[in-house]
Design a protein around this ligand. Structure first.
Ligand code: GLU
Length: 304
């Protein structure tokens, strides 16, 4: 497959069309990003790499980091984590509080904010130096010591974090947050502030396409079964209440973030990161979704 040519052709098509998205403005710092950034990077399991556009510029990966926190919690605690968080799509916006009341504080899945907060609570309980240990985990799987949190994004999100603060306290009232909510929120905002380029993101997530192995197949981060399961949750819950639409149009597991990034996995083939900051009404990158739809359509290759 000539991925460089395919990426180039799709990039040209989409760049020529109007970008119908809007910048995420509810986090002030995200509204300052140049909306015209558009980058793509694809890494294959046999270590070929293809990039185009602004693929080396770092951006805020936001909710994409929830896949990495889930991976670390799953690696440490195994199946026990599913007592505290479900694996069903919620069909509600990512920051919704409504289901928690009837579900008695057990979030539907780990990729909505409520579920991610519970995963943060697990990590804060399990790790000695939670933020440092989490960062070390990401640096290990990405083989990249330059990955870091962004102080300005953390403070910007904290300044408007009313819903996340409400979610964390609400879950605490049901007993499904063990630690101090302030500590959990600090971990959560820091996790969401991580910055990576498309190149870094696609390389970091390659192990999901590679049965859980990093470093040319030498070290296994997650078992084959755990890798399958996280890919399955990305497939069913990775795109807010547009996860069905993404599956329908693209047919790959993936995860989006309100910074405009998307990671998608073609198991045993490749991982691909896209970045275009303008979001559609459901909070997913407008151009990123279009790009991935054309990629799986033109290559006639998805998981289905
Ligand atoms: N930090 C963002 C929030 O909690 C993450 C949202 C996202 O990327 O989906 O609002």
């Amino acid at each position: 497959m000539d991925y460089q040519l395919i990426l180039h052709e799709i990039y040209e098509i989409i760049s020529a069309q109007k970008d119908r998205g809007e910048l995420a403005s509810y986090i002030p710092e995200l509204a300052k990003v140049n909306p015209d950034n558009f980058g793509i990077y694809l890494t294959t399991v046999d270590k070929n790499e293809f990039g185009i556009g602004d693929c080396y510029t770092k951006f805020s990966i936001q909710s994409i980091a929830k896949v990495l926190s889930l991976s670390l919690a799953y690696k440490i605690l195994g199946e026990k984590i599913w007592v505290r968080v479900g694996v069903e799509p919620s069909g509600t916006p990512f920051n919704s509080l409504v289901q928690l009341e009837t579900d008695k504080g057990i979030p539907r899945n780990p990729f909505i904010n409520s579920g991610a907060l519970v995963i943060c609570d697990i990590l804060v309980s399990q790790l000695k130096n939670p933020l440092q240990d989490f960062l070390s985990f990401i640096r290990e799987i990405s083989d990249n010591a330059n990955v870091n949190f962004s102080k300005s994004i953390i403070e910007s999100e904290r300044s408007v974090g009313y819903r996340n603060i409400a979610l964390c306290n609400f879950i605490k009232s049901f007993g499904n947050i063990i630690n101090d909510p302030d500590e959990i929120l600090n971990f959560y905002f820091s996790m969401c502030s991580i910055e990576m380029s498309c190149q870094e993101l696609s390389k970091t997530f390659l192990f999901f396409a590679n049965n859980g192995f990093i470093n040319s197949g030498n070290k296994q981060i997650l078992s084959i079964s755990q890798t399958k399961r996280i890919n399955a949750i990305m497939q069913t819950c990775g795109f807010y209440d547009e996860s069905g639409e993404f599956t329908f149009k693209v047919g790959l597991p993936g995860k989006s973030g309100v910074g405009g990034g998307i990671i998608a996995i073609h198991p045993n083939n490749y991982s691909i990161a896209t970045w275009s900051p303008k979001l559609n009404k459901k909070g997913n990158s407008y151009r990123g979704m279009r790009f991935l739809e054309l990629l799986t359509t033109n290559t006639q290759s998805s998981i289905f």
